[in-house]
Every structure is written in structure tokens, then in C-alpha cells.
Design a protein around this ligand. Structure first.
Ligand code: UD1
Length: 336
């Protein structure tokens, strides 16, 4: 299939592009490069040995987007494009609603006008907010995000469901990612945060390489066995394969489907630190700091629905994540 990847030069988009190409699909990337670099396109080309078709575009420009999709004969889309920093979304919520909702609506309009029937959307476990139960399954209440970024994900899921109701031929997969981490095995693709990383694994690798002096563990007085928060870290390679599996599902004309993509295993912050030290032979300076507002104590998924219906399962471990993230950090110490 020929697949449009919005935000395809980003962290998850770029890994998914590689996976799709290796499975025999054609990809067309659109990205405004506001939080990614053009060199990523070259890296995808190097890894796959193919020329990548790409366009610099803010997809809120519907007319240009329609032109690209028509000229490229797009058959399906994976929608990664969007802003994703939680703290920034609290400070500038209108920008988040403008960009994340505006770009989604624009993509929907383009798809409807050209009768492009298959769409995979990058949603997030953040839609579950304070978990109703653990492990989280797809039936759990998903209307409870703690910040504007998370609320844009909830609203976009609703927009897509409404669009599908009005266009019953469309097939849509809402993929709720848990905590994506790790990097491509080649060391050529990985997460490239601007400024101080918000997320745990990029922070660890920056401490190990000496860019940051120490890791501050955000609280050790949570109601968990070692007092630190528990998350479900999923290797970005497993996540990329999840998108390929979701696309295959859409071709069976399934309407709207929702899947949690995670490993089903929870790891505490302290356990991640140990896994990192063990798998990389690096020592991490750390200290315990205060809790970070908005953190829930425990979040991990029951991955069985995706396993049953997509025939997909995460296979890589927290050690694999740490090893590959560290390899990427060493290969690209200054980012792309
Ligand atoms: C965060 C976002 C979530 C987003 C996800 C993307 C919040 C509240 N949630 O999830 O919306 O979808 O990233 O991956 O921001 N930690 C430290 N020290 C650090 C960094 C992190 O102790 O320097 C801890 C955090 O407090 C948390 C755990 O590590 O307990 C994981 O943090 P993080 O990687 O930011 O992920 P989430 O908070 O789960």
C-alpha cells in the first residue's frame, strides 16, 4: 500500500517508516520539521536503501495536502503529526488545540474528499488519566486526561469516531501508546529531544554521557513496592511493528478499532535505572527529588486485545530499550 505518514520524520514516525518499507509498503512523509530534522529522511533512506518521497508541509493547509495525496495516489494514512510536550501544553493550551485538532481535522477533510479509507492514529495511554483499574484495558474509561495535550488526544479520538459514523466505509485504528522508548538497532534513528528531556529514558542517556549531572527521581513515596512510579516501557521497534499490524487489520474493513500498545510489564523508575546500569555498564548519578505534579503511581496495559486481534506482541525488554537508547546516544551525542 502507499501510505501517507504525517509527522513521519519524528521519533515514532521515522521508525514506523523503516518498518513499513521493510514490509513492502511505499511511504510518503509530510512533516513541517518544527520538531524534527530533514536529515532524518536521509537516515531512513540509508537504512532501507530506498529514496523517500517527502514534503515540507503544515498539514493544516488542506488544499496542498489534498494535492499531495492525489498526486501520490495515497491509499492509507498514519497520523503522527502533533505537539506532545505536557508542560508546554499547560502553558500554551490554545496552541495545542490549534495545532493538534486543526491538523487532524484537515487530514480528515483531505481523506474524505479523496475517499482514502484507512487511517491509523497515534493516541496515548494518557487518555486514561487516573487509571480506573490496573492493568489498563481498552474498556477502561478514557475521558480523563490531566492536561491539554492529553485532552487533544481524547478529542481527536472522538472526531475520528464521528467522521467514521458519517463515512461508514472508513476504517480507523486508535493506537494508545504506553511509554515509547529505545532506538533503532543501527544507531541511526532515535529520540532527539530539544532542551531538557521530559521523558525518563532520554534523560538517563544524557546523564550517562555527561550532558546532565544527575537523574532526579521524581518521588519515592508512591504506593508501589520501591516507592517509585511504575510504567509500561515499549521499545519503539515493537511500536513500529504495531502500526504495520494495525494497517493489516484495517484492510479487513473493521470500522473503528482501539488498541493499547504496551508490553504488559510494569517497571518502576528504580528498576529502569538498574536495567540501564546493568545493560550498559554505566553508572548513573541520581538522587530522590519531590513528586512531579500529574504523575499517576502505576500505569501498564493488558496487551491481550492487540495480541488476539492484531497478532502483535511486544518482544523487546527494558534491557533492549536501555541498550539501544544508549547506543543511539553514543552514535549521535549532539542529536541529529
Ligand atoms: C509522559 C506524559 C505522557 C506522554 C508520555 C510520552 C506526563 C504526566 N505524562 O508520560 O502524557 O504520553 O510521557 O512518553 O508528563 N521521571 C523521573 N525523573 C526524570 C524523568 C522522569 O523520575 O527526570 C519519572 C516520572 O516521574 C515518571 C517516569 O519517570 O514516574 C516516567 O516518566 P516519563 O518518561 O515522563 O513518562 P510518563 O510520565 O509516564
Amino acid at each position: 500500500m502507499k501510505i501517507l505518514l504525517t509527522g513521519g520524520a519524528g521519533y515514532i514516525g521515522s521508525h514506523t517508516a523503516v518498518e513499513l518499507i521493510s514490509e513492502g509498503h511505499d511511504v510518503v512523509i509530510v512533516d513541517d520539521f518544527s520538531n524534527s530534522k530533514e536529515v532524518v529522511i536521509n537516515r531512513i533512506s540509508e537504512i532501507t536503501g530506498t529514496q523517500i518521497s517527502y514534503h515540507r508541509l503544515d498539514i493544516r493547509d488542506t488544499e496542498t495536502l489534498v494535492g499531495i495525496c492525489r498526486d501520490e495516489a495515497i491509499e492509507a494514512a498514519i497520523h503522527f503529526a502533533g505537539l506532545k510536550a505536557v508542560g508546554e501544553s499547560v502553558e500554551d493550551p490554545l496552541r495545542y488545540y490549534d495545532v493538534n485538532l486543526g491538523s487532524s481535522v484537515s487530514l480528515c477533510k483531505a481523506m474524505v474528499s479523496l475517499n482514502i479509507r484507512h487511517l491509523v492514529f497515534s493516541s496515548s495511554a494518557t487518555v486514561y488519566g487516573e487509571p480506573e483499574r490496573i492493568p489498563l484495558d481498552e474498556e477502561c474509561r478514557a475521558s480523563d486526561a490531566a492536561n491539554p495535550y492529553g485532552r487533544t488526544k481524547i478529542i481527536i479520538e472522538q472526531i475520528l469516531k464521528d467522521m467514521q459514523l458519517a463515512n461508514p466505509d472508513m476504517n480507523i485504528a486508535l493506537l494508545r501508546y504506553f511509554n515509547p522508548a529505545g532506538a533503532h538497532l543501527s544507531g541511526k534513528l532515535g529520540e532527539d529531544p530539544t532542551g531538557i528531556p521530559n521523558n525518563l529514558v532520554p534523560f538517563l542517556t544524557q546523564v550517562a554521557i555527561g550532558k546532565r549531572s544527575e537523574l532526579v527521581i521524581n518521588g519515592d513515596d508512591y504506593p508501589t513496592p520501591d516507592g517509585t512510579c511504575i510504567r509500561d516501557y515499549i521499545h519503539v521497534q515493537d511500536l513500529a511493528r504495531g502500526h504495520v499490524a494495525a494497517l493489516a487489520k484495517l484492510r479487513s474493513d473493521c470500522g473503528v478499532v482501539t488498541y493499547n500498545l504496551g508490553t504488559g510489564q510494569g517497571q518502576s523508575v528504580k528498576e529502569v535505572v538498574s536495567a540501564f546500569e546493568r545493560s550498559t555498564n554505566q553508572h548513573l548519578n541520581r538522587r530522590i527529588g519531590p513528586r512531579r505534579p500529574g504523575d499517576v503511581p502505576v500505569s501498564y496495559t493488558d496487551p491481550s486485545l492487540a495480541e488476539r486481534e492484531l497478532n502483535w506482541k511486544a518482544t523487546l525488554t527494558i534491557e533492549d530499550i536501555c541498550r539501544d537508547a544508549w547506543h543511539w546516544q553514543q552514535e549521535t551525542p549532539g542529536g541529529y
